[in-house]
Ligand binder design. Structure first.
Ligand code: PEP
Ligand code: CO
Length: 464
């Protein structure tokens, strides 16, 4: 049985400002050696135009509210970390293709709208387990993502450089611009799913199932258009939203603005920022920053979070229980989810709090191989998702989405999947500088798994 809360809710009444996080302990943040240069870079960033609009942000909040209520499903995915050098046409289109194909599988199988959110156009800052990295007796500051420093193991490369924030902003804008142009130009048109096909799709073990579905959708579209006597223009465009871990608060503050016809402060660098597991301390700078912005936000929930701590976080981040405001992305690991998730689900349901539950089956399942690669086993990723659906069903809560690290490239970073990748395969095409990602085939397999699992279940709260 779960225990009652130890203290009543105490609303936080302290005033908030885009820079009030500076009064709190800020972990995972670089120390810039040249304060004058930092200040001038931030001034420049504050004057640049925003990357997204408040209208889009509020539109996404509405869609996330739908996912929370079982009327839609969230697909959030992309790279662990974007890099400046991979801001290229192929990387962006391939990632978009995978996300579109996965969402097609989900829409078809779940018979629900899919909310598509990329981990891109700003995913440049990374939390690290240690502030310094030591090699052969030499210690240097850790690499913290391209927005902070450079990965080469030299003193110069590792010095935090504030000009990198301006470059990250520009790269994010280029990525957004290209994604928007592709979509506006009909790339995501449901009349032409062949536009999103990747070269090697025919050889994939999942190809037959995917092609059967594409044919069925094509037939349904043609049938409906004949029946209504016109082409359905709404099928030509889909909405795509962006998200990133808002870790580097100096950058996020510079993009936090008020707009003429909406209340509050918006982070206009992305639609849906999230708080990482290592920065989710209730009294820390990140929670302070996030509580004051009007965007929909999420927080990663790891195995160490107690029910009481989670309820306090919810009080701080969504005191009014606003629909679509708060996503809780649990990332427990396959060995711990069965013990650690149910008490959290029970507490949130018992207190009647309204949140969007999302499963990240990646970050609790990272391991190292004997040949020195950081990897994840497909089997563990699959089982964590399966267990998540079952545990939510048992608790009477609803899993409203998934959060994945994936790429459209045919990399060999995660073990297993339809092609049974082995440890020996990892060296063939391991490209990630941080976490191992699902490749195209493994991603599609996860989408099919979600359909089998969620599609075969009645909605836990029965109102969709
Ligand atoms: C991430 O999403 O890349 C990440 C670092 O996750 P977490 O905060 O859950 O460890
Ligand atoms: Co990661």
């Amino acid at each position: 049985m779960s225990s009652a809360r130890v203290e009543p809710i105490r609303p936080i009444v302290a005033p908030w400002a885009p820079d009030s996080w500076r009064t709190r302990p800020a972990v995972q943040m670089p120390t810039y050696p040249d304060k004058g240069e930092l200040a001038s870079c931030l001034d420049e960033l504050k004057a640049l135009p925003p990357l997204v609009t408040s209208r889009e942000i509020l539109g996404l909040k509405q869609q996330l509210a739908d996912a929370q209520e079982g009327r839609a499903f969230l697909l959030q995915g992309g790279d662990c970390a974007e890099t400046f050098s991979q801001c290229s046409s192929d990387t962006i289109t391939n990632r978009l293709k995978v996300l579109l194909q996965m969402s097609l599988v989900l829409v078809h199988g779940l018979k629900l709208p899919v909310v598509r959110v990329g981990r891109f156009a700003g995913q440049y800052a990374k939390p690290r387990s240690a502030d310094a990295e030591t090699r052969d007796g030499i210690s240097l500051p850790s690499y913290r993502g391209d927005i902070v420093n450079s990965p080469e193991f030299t003193e110069v490369a590792r010095i935090p450089d504030p000009r990198r924030m301006i470059k990250a902003h520009a790269r994010s804008a280029m990525t957004m611009n290209f994604v928007r142009s592709l979509i506006d130009g009909g790339f995501a048109d449901l009349h032409h799913p062949e536009f999103w096909e990747l070269g090697w799709v025919e050889q994939s073990p999942n190809a037959a199932e995917y092609q059967k579905m594409v044919t069925a959708i094509g037939d349904a579209v043609r049938f409906t258009e004949i029946l209504i006597g016109r082409r359905m223009q709404s099928l030509s465009r889909v909405a795509f939203y962006t998200s990133h871990e808002a870790l580097l608060l100096t950058y996020e503050e510079s993009q936090t603005r008020q707009v003429p016809r909406a209340d509050g402060w918006f982070n206009l660098s992305t639609h849906f920022p999230w708080i990482g597991m290592r920065t989710a301390d209730l009294d820390g700078a990140h929670v302070e920053y996030f509580r004051g912005i009007a965007n929909p936000i999420a927080v990663k929930v790891g195995p160490g979070v107690t029910p009481d701590a989670l309820l306090r976080l919810i009080d701080a981040l969504n005191p009014d229980d606003e629909p679509g405001r708060l996503g809780l992305i649990h990332r427990m690991g396959v060995g711990r989810i069965a013990d650690n998730l149910p008490p959290l689900l029970d507490a949130v349901r018992r207190e009647g709090r309204r949140v969007l539950w999302v499963c990240d089956p990646m970050h609790g399942n990272t391991e190292s191989t004997s040949n020195g690669y950081k990897t994840r086993r497909f089997k563990n990723i699959r089982e964590e998702i399966e267990q998540a659906f079952d545990l939510h069903a048992a608790a009477g809560t609803r899993l409203g989405g998934v959060h994945l690290e994936l790429t459209g490239e045919n990399v060999t970073e995660c073990l297993g999947g339809a092609r049974q990748l082995t440890e020996a395969d990892l060296q063939r095409d391991y490209r990630s500088t941080v976490d191992p990602r699902l490749n195209y085939e493994q991603s599609l397999e996860i989408a099919m798994l979600i359909v089998r699992k969620r599609g075969g279940m009645s909605d836990p709260q029965g109102d969709s």
